[in-house]
Design a protein around this ligand. Sequence first.
Ligand code: ADE
Length: 253
Amino acid sequence: MRIDVLTVLPHLFDCFLGEGIIGRAIQSKKVEVNVVNIRDFALDKHKVVDDVPYGGGPGMVLKPEPIFRAYEELTKEGVKPYVILTEPWGETFNQGMALELSKKERLLIICGRYEGVDERVKKLVDKEVSIGDYVLSGGELPAMVIMDAVIRLLPGVLGNEESLKADSFMDRGLLGYPNYTRPAEFRGMRVPEVLLSGHHKRIELWRKEQSLRKTLERKPEVIEKLKKENLLTKEELKLLEKVEKELRGGKES
Ligand code: ADE
């Protein structure tokens, strides 16, 4: 996969792209990331990329021309990328969207900035994406969030162990089970005995139960949907019944 990013603050990406899982994915050529300064495509001598909004009002708007020129330069070989614009009112990013995006050959992320982007830029855009219902000062953090979630899904980027973990989290929207590491007792808090038992089947059942419990408590709508669509196994339904009974009992007492 190749990802191009159009931004007015390219250095914000330096640490993100140089460290950790993302840094290794780039070094081992699982993904190529190209951060482009929109300012390099401004035509005037002061390299101006924004201007006041027509009709008045506060703030500055990113001009269309530098963005169109950057896009044309990046696509001059004829390969059309899937184009994302980060916007607080776009479609909300989630794991499903990350999975879809991870299948694309090429992505281009345009980082919104200031009060907005000239509406005509949207002619280039396939999807406007928000990372949540809050307003950030620019689209650079959203672009990093999107890239992180997408790159870790690319083949060969995560080790075996980590990818299994990701699978369990992504499993039908169920939330992950709690994890512990050594020591077995820390400041009076003990790791659940079952995890120390070495009994794989019991551990698997315990984890499934914990995952169902957490999902039922925090995202009951996910459990409802899985029940309605018959997406839970017999074993899971039995565990769920036990958890539901315990939770009801807890409430009554
Ligand atoms: N730009 C500003 N806020 C944003 C958000 N929450 N998501 C995506 N882009 C943004």
